[in-house]
Design a protein around this ligand. Structure first.
Ligand code: IMP
Ligand code: MG
Length: 183
C-alpha cells in the first residue's frame, strides 16, 4: 500500500502555515461578523477539518450546520449537476450564512449552493474557502474569504481527497501524477 506521504509530489502548505493563515482569516471574519449572528455551513466532506479550525479562530456567537453535495464529476473535478445528498436541518430565513468550503474550483458547487440558500430565504450568503483555484473558474462566483490561492494542480490533504483518501493528511500537497494515472 505504501504511506500517504510517498504519494505526495511536494508540500504546498505545511500544518503550521495553514494554522497561521487560519488565525489571521478568523480575525478578519470576526471583525465582519461579530454583530451578525452568523450560521456557518460546512460543505461535506472536504471542508470538515477546515470548518473545525475556522470556527474556533472566529469566536463569534454562532451556530453550525452541515450540508453534503455530490456533483457527478470524475474523481478530480465536478460537473455542473450538483445534487444535495444531505440537507441542513434548520430554518435559515433571514440568517447571515457563511458557507465553509475546502476549494473553489469551477465554482459549480458554490454557485449552486448560494442560489439554493438565497431561495430558502437567507438574508446574506458569504463564502469562505480554504483554497481558491481561479484559473479553473467557469461560474461567476468569488469568495469573501480565501485562505490561499493555488495554481492549477490537484491537491490533497487537510480535508481534500482523491478517491476519498488523503483527507487526514495534516498538510496540503500536490499528488504525484502517477497516483491518478497521469504522466
Ligand atoms: P467546483 O464545484 O468545481 O468548484 O469544485 C469544488 C469541489 O471539487 C471541491 O469541493 C472538491 O471536492 C473538488 N476539487 C476541486 N479541485 C480539487 C483538488 O485540487 N483536490 C481535491 N478536490 C478538488
Ligand atoms: Mg472532493
Amino acid at each position: 500500500m505504501g504511506t500517504m506521504d510517498q504519494d505526495i509530489l511536494r508540500v504546498l502548505y505545511t500544518q503550521e502555515e495553514i494554522a497561521a493563515r487560519i488565525k489571521v482569516l478568523g480575525e478578519e471574519m470576526y471583525a465582519d461578523l461579530r454583530e451578525k449572528d452568523p450560521l456557518f455551513i460546512s460543505v461535506l466532506r472536504g471542508a470538515f477539518i477546515f470548518m473545525a479550525d475556522i470556527v474556533r479562530s472566529c469566536p463569534v456567537k454562532s451556530d453550525v450546520e452541515f450540508i453534503a453535495v455530490s456533483s457527478y464529476g470524475n474523481a478530480m473535478s465536478s460537473s455542473g449537476a450538483v445534487q444535495i445528498t444531505r440537507d441542513i436541518q434548520q430554518d435559515i430565513t433571514g440568517r447571515h450564512l457563511v458557507v465553509i468550503e475546502d476549494i473553489l474550483d469551477s465554482g459549480n458547487t458554490l454557485s449552486y449552493l448560494k442560489q439554493y440558500f438565497l431561495a430558502k430565504g437567507a438574508a446574506e450568503v458569504s463564502i469562505c474557502t480554504l483554497l481558491d483555484k481561479p484559473s479553473r473558474r467557469t461560474k461567476a462566483i468569488q469568495a469573501n474569504y480565501t485562505g490561499f490561492t493555488v495554481p492549477d494542480e490537484f491537491v490533497v490533504g487537510y480535508g481534500l481527497d482523491y478517491c476519498q483518501k488523503y483527507r487526514n493528511l495534516p498538510y496540503i500537497g500536490v499528488l504525484k501524477p502517477e497516483v491518478y494515472g497521469g504522466e
